[in-house]
Write a protein that binds this ligand. Structure first.
Ligand SMILES: [Zn+2]
Length: 325
């Protein structure tokens, strides 16, 4: 059913007749996506590798799912997530990072005159910076003496208070942060990856869509803006309890048009909404009038990943068969 196309499905450049290489993982390899397609040129594959696939492991829901399932490197992936907290004294937003299993508050340095850091970092970061940045103004002995004095005074500070060293012309502020949370304002959107998966699925299942739903291709490959509400986060399910070792794409007719759900780890779903309805005349299955078509990428057994094609006809249950592609 999944024939080769003569051109790259994303940029339409001619492809060599003799396809080599590993192909493009539609769901990224880092999250066990074992569906590969060979109709993507090297440039587009490089672009997805550099810019799009990493969005999976920068997504908190996906990382949480991997943590729950005990697979991948969730600890490492949390380090890519921006966190933010509030300064306990004046409520300012303070950036935080996740390192080696802990959330850490960032240190702020301004020229060689000011440093603001949490108490536990003052000795390591603050003193090291003092020695390197401005300590040379004093002899080693004088500097050590001044640091001892500052250290004692620093301990007495309450969060938000500042300390000034006249000898060094240097100020330090004790920083304390509360209410840490994921900084959703700077979190990258996963929509280019969802668009890449949805588009790849569409052109294999229903090539008639190819021309009309080009917006997904252009968003995935060129970052062009999508019309509002094209890709929507489905937050209605309690995702944390239902995660599982498979990904799934399903297309079906909804009340408002055609819907395509891109699901990660069994339940984390983004829904693509098409305003018009689609023909379900599947390539290679022209006699079947399906209401739902699904592709399941199953990695319940990591060593023998399988893919299942699901077809649901009117008033029937979805039936799956193994797909060799
Ligand atoms: Zn291409």
């Amino acid at each position: 059913m999944f024939d080769y196309y003569p051109k790259c499905i994303f940029c339409f450049c001619e492809l060599p007749k003799d396809r080599k290489g590993v192909g493009e993982h539609v769901y990224p390899k880092s999250i066990y996506g074992c569906w590969r397609i060979y109709d993507v040129c090297d440039n587009c594959m490089k672009f997805f590798g550099d810019e799009v696939d990493q969005l999976a492991t920068k997504n908190p829901q996906i990382i949480k799912a991997m943590e729950k399932l005990g697979i991948g490197k969730p600890e490492k992936y949390y380090e890519q997530i921006p966190f933010v907290g509030e300064d306990t004294n004046d409520g300012r937003a303070i950036q935080m990072v996740y390192r080696e299993g802990n959330l850490r508050t960032k240190t702020t340095k301004k020229e060689d005159k000011f440093i603001e850091c949490p108490e536990k970092d003052w000795e390591n970061i603050g003193v090291a910076w003092l020695r390197k940045a401005i300590g040379k103004k004093l002899s080693e002995e004088e500097l050590n003496k001044e640091i001892d004095v500052l250290r004692e005074s620093y301990k007495q500070l309450t969060p938000g208070e500042e300390l000034y060293s006249a000898k060094l012309g240097y100020r330090t502020r004790k920083r304390q942060v509360k209410n840490p949370r994921i900084d959703s304002d700077t979190l990258p959107s996963i929509s280019p990856l969802v668009a890449k998966i949805a588009y790849s699925f569409l052109i294999y299942v229903d090539p008639l869509m190819f021309e009309e739903d080009d917006i997904l291709r252009r968003h995935a490959r060129y970052g062009e803006l999508l019309p509002e509400y094209t890709i929507n986060w489905c937050s209605d399910a309690d995702h944390s309890d239902k995660v599982d070792r498979f990904h799934r794409i399903v297309i079906y007719a909804g009340l408002l048009g055609t819907l395509l759900d891109v699901t990660f780890f069994g339940s984390i779903t983004w829904r693509v909404v098409f305003k018009k309805s689609i023909s379900y005349e599947l390539k290679g299955f022209n006699n079947i009038k399906a209401t739902h078509v699904a592709l399941v990428i199953d990695f319940s057994d990591i060593n023998s990943k399988t893919k299942w094609l699901g077809i649901q006809e009117e008033n029937r249950k979805m039936e799956y068969r193994e797909l060799i592609i």
